[in-house]
Design a binder for this molecule. Structure first.
Ligand code: SAM
Length: 284
């Protein structure tokens, strides 16, 4: 059901163009995407060699998964690169930008929406006592488990297919990562998606239901955090990008709503003209 306040009705942002109907244009696009993916798999098979500590079966699982969000790093220095669209911030750059301490000895870590486990594995390499990664996409988790096995760190990691809203409280951790997940969740109660966080913040009354959805998801993450959450939040602009966007205002809203004691806005990566990726450190 749409209402007059529903910003999606006027949206010109390409991510929202999908109507669910198969049109010649959609069909051609899907043909293009699938051929590009098949070509990607073939090219990778011909040009990437198998990392020494990764079994053949796991290597083939990795290579035949059409989309990989994160690069996969292996103990011998081998890298299997990500395979996805270029608008995304590379995990290695994100790790540098977010300012994660080199030493996480004794800390517990939880990565919500962990994809192929890049940050979980990095946390264990920095000494974390245990690290849990959860995601709703099993193929990504299968890859994460294979990479952890290649590092022989299976006894310190757990990868579980679990939704952000159903994470057991026993998984609450000192350090939590939640990178590029929450903006996907606005439609969890069935409403049309609305990604334009800046419009929400600038006009919270008008967009109250979207603001509440966002705060509910952030509250779920905050309740699982003992010390600090490292956040990546994607700002996607519906119609145009205003000149006065203040990304720090999102963190202030979380503090005003009692979700965190303090939130540092760490920085921004502009991956597309109509998309900003903002990084935050949020303290309990
Ligand atoms: C844009 S990717 C980001 C992956 C990773 N956090 C990173 O930044 O490298 C979003 C990830 O969140 C996962 N995801 C989406 N909705 C989720 C939910 N409700 N609960 C847990 N994970 C979810 C997706 O499957 C996907 O792997």
């Amino acid at each position: 059901m749409t209402t007059t306040d529903d910003p999606k009705r006027k949206s010109r942002f390409p991510l929202h163009l999908g109507t669910g109907k198969t049109t010649p244009c959609r069909w051609a696009r899907s043909l293009y995407v699938n051929s590009k993916r098949s070509l990607g798999i073939l090219t990778d098979l011909l040009t990437t060699s198998k990392p020494a500590t990764l079994g053949w079966r796991d290597y083939l699982t990795v290579q035949f998964t059409p989309v990989r969000y994160q690069p996969l790093l292996f103990p011998g220095g081998e890298v299997i690169e990500h395979r996805r669209d270029e608008s995304i911030l590379d995990s290695r750059d994100k790790l540098l930008a977010i300012g994660l301490p080199d030493n996480l000895t004794g800390k517990t870590v939880l990565d919500i929406g962990c994809a192929e486990g890049f940050f979980v594995i990095q946390a264990v390499l920095r000494g974390a006592e245990r690290a849990i990664g959860c995601d709703i996409m099993e193929p990504r988790l299968r890859i994460a488990r294979a990479v952890a096995k290649a590092w022989r760190m299976q006894d310190r990691v757990l990868f579980s297919r679990t939704d952000l809203h159903n994470i057991p409280l026993e998984w609450a951790s000192d350090v939590v990562f939640c990178f590029a997940v929450v903006h996907h969740l606005h439609s969890s109660s069935g409403e049309p998606r609305f990604h334009d966080t800046w419009q929400m913040i600038s006009n919270p009354r008008k967009y109250a239901k979207y603001v509440n959805n966002m705060l509910r998801a952030v509250a779920a993450v905050s309740s699982l955090t003992k010390e600090v959450t490292y956040w990546e939040y994607s700002f996607e602009y519906e119609d145009h990008k205003p000149r006065d966007v203040n990304h720090g205002a999102l963190g202030r809203l979380w503090v005003q709503n009692g979700l965190y004691q303090a939130v540092d806005f760490v920085g921004l990566s502009q991956t597309l003209p109509m998309k900003d990726r903002a990084l935050y450190r949020a303290f309990k």
